[in-house]
Design a protein around this ligand. Structure first.
Ligand SMILES: Cc1cc2nc3c(=O)[nH]c(=O)nc-3n(C[C@H](O)[C@H](O)[C@H](O)COP(=O)(O)OP(=O)(O)OC[C@H]3O[C@@H](n4cnc5c(N)ncnc54)[C@H](O)[C@@H]3O)c2cc1C
Length: 384
């Protein structure tokens, strides 16, 4: 077992860390206030090759292994969870899914431009009435010969309002449950396809979240992704990738909260000495460090298994469950270290705390991760 990063991984870590420190961390608070997605910084990320991280070089990606991919997500999460969220959806839910299930024509059309950040993707699975039970979706796709007609709506879709292409799931057979779902690539501008931005979120304010509206939307048959009726498999495979990326992002956000708390604890004087010298503050810090180290190890182990191309649903789910809960605990404890100042906009912790909350909700809630893990451990599903 080797816990060292390779020289190449260290090089990428340094490059992304420097980029995040210069371009992202100083601006994240302002983007949050303005609810603004920074397209200029996104473009720079594309130029640096840190959008198409684990996409093969033949499709204009950076050809990174999964540990390096996690390092990038971690560093982005350190600076801004909204940027990390946009990146996660782009690479893990969309680009890698097109790469895995697309025809060569689809891959050539979308993957290189998505790897460079020139096209933005979104992933539309959730609906107003179907979240955890995604297979109960109501969105339909009717076969009309050379095209399908899609009707319905998708809810809470990250990047929805800024996406050039939406990966949308709809029922081609209403009676067949999960086996009646098909995946479609819907290009922006397709008649009958529109979006409506969602505001007033608790966090991730610089990340676009939208509703997708499909109103007699005609999608050509060449835009079906994967086999007809196998869309649920496509959706679950995408989620497996995304759970890994979100876990790494949570490690980065937690590290940022912990670093802020450590720096503050050394400066703040109470009872005649830095609060860092009060034992209960050291307890808060050491609990944070333990949490972060455990999370990072779980992420890297899942990445190691992904590199080996061996089944890793269990390890990825463990990382997702632990890291998304962990970042909430760490952000809470970091605010505790700063006392009242942790509650103010003067420090990034209040944003990190708000941004952390969604992680236990999307890409399978913590309860869904428990059920996935329970089924693997016990061999008895608690849900179908
Ligand atoms: C900011 C944001 C961005 C998002 N981005 C996307 C996106 O890009 N694409 C996309 O498709 N979706 C996206 N989502 C949606 C997200 O994936 C869903 O919110 C999530 O899957 C949970 O579904 P739900 O909100 O309908 O909650 P529900 O499924 O209604 O769950 C409510 C509660 O019931 C619990 N519960 C449900 N079923 C069970 C069960 N069987 N056993 C025990 N407990 C259960 C849940 O754990 C939860 O606590 C996003 C959501 C948010 C908030």
């Amino acid at each position: 077992m080797n816990f060292d990063l390779t020289p190449e991984q260290e090089q990428v870590q340094k490059m992304v860390r420097d980029f995040v420190a210069k371009e992202i961390t100083p601006n994240a608070g302002q983007w949050d206030k303005e609810e603004k997605f920074p397209t200029d910084v996104w473009k720079k990320m594309g130029d640096l090759g840190i959008i198409g991280t684990s996409i093969p070089e033949e499709y204009d990606g950076s050809g990174m292994d999964f540990i390096t991919h996690a390092i990038v997500a971690e560093e982005l999460g350190y600076g801004c969870s909204s940027m990390r969220g946009t990146y996660s959806v782009q690479i893990s839910l969309c680009t890698k899914t097109i790469l895995a299930f697309g025809t060569e024509e689809q891959k050539q059309k979308y993957v290189p431009k998505m790897a460079m950040g020139e096209l933005i993707g979104c992933y539309g699975l959730t609906e107003a009435d179907s979240g955890s039970d995604a297979a109960s979706m109501k969105c339909t796709a009717e076969d009309k010969g050379d095209h399908y007609v899609l009707n319905g709506g998708k809810m809470w879709i990250t990047n929805g309002g800024i996406a050039d292409v939406a990966l949308v799931f709809a029922k081609t057979d209403k009676e067949a449950g999960a086996r009646g779902i098909t995946a479609f690539l819907v290009d922006k501008g397709t008649p009958g396809y529109s979006t409506c931005d969602i505001h007033d979120k608790l966090g991730l304010k610089a990340s676009n979240t939208s509703e997708l509206i499909l109103d007699n939307c005609e999608v050509p048959k060449e835009n079906v992704l994967g086999p007809v009726g196998k869309g649920f498999k496509v959706a679950l495979s995408a989620l497996d990738n995304a759970r890994f990326t979100v876990s790494a992002g949570c490690v980065g956000s937690a590290q940022s909260a912990c670093d802020t708390a450590k720096a503050y604890a050394k400066e703040r004087i109470q009872f005649g000495k830095p609060i860092a010298q009060h034992q209960l503050v050291q307890q808060l810090i050491s609990n944070m460090v333990l949490d972060i180290e455990c999370g990072r190890l779980l992420v890297y182990r899942a990445g190691h298994m992904k590199n080996k191309k061996v089944p890793n649903t269990r390890e990825t789910s463990l990382a997702k469950y632990f890291c998304t809960e962990m970042v909430n605990r760490v952000a809470y404890n970091a605010i505790q270290v700063l006392g009242g100042y942790g509650f103010s906009g003067e420090y990034p912790l209040e944003r990190i705390y708000r941004d952390a909350r969604v992680n236990t909700l999307y890409e399978g809630t913590s309860q869904i991760q428990q059920l996935i893990l329970g089924n693997i451990e016990l061999g008895m599903p608690a849900f179908t």
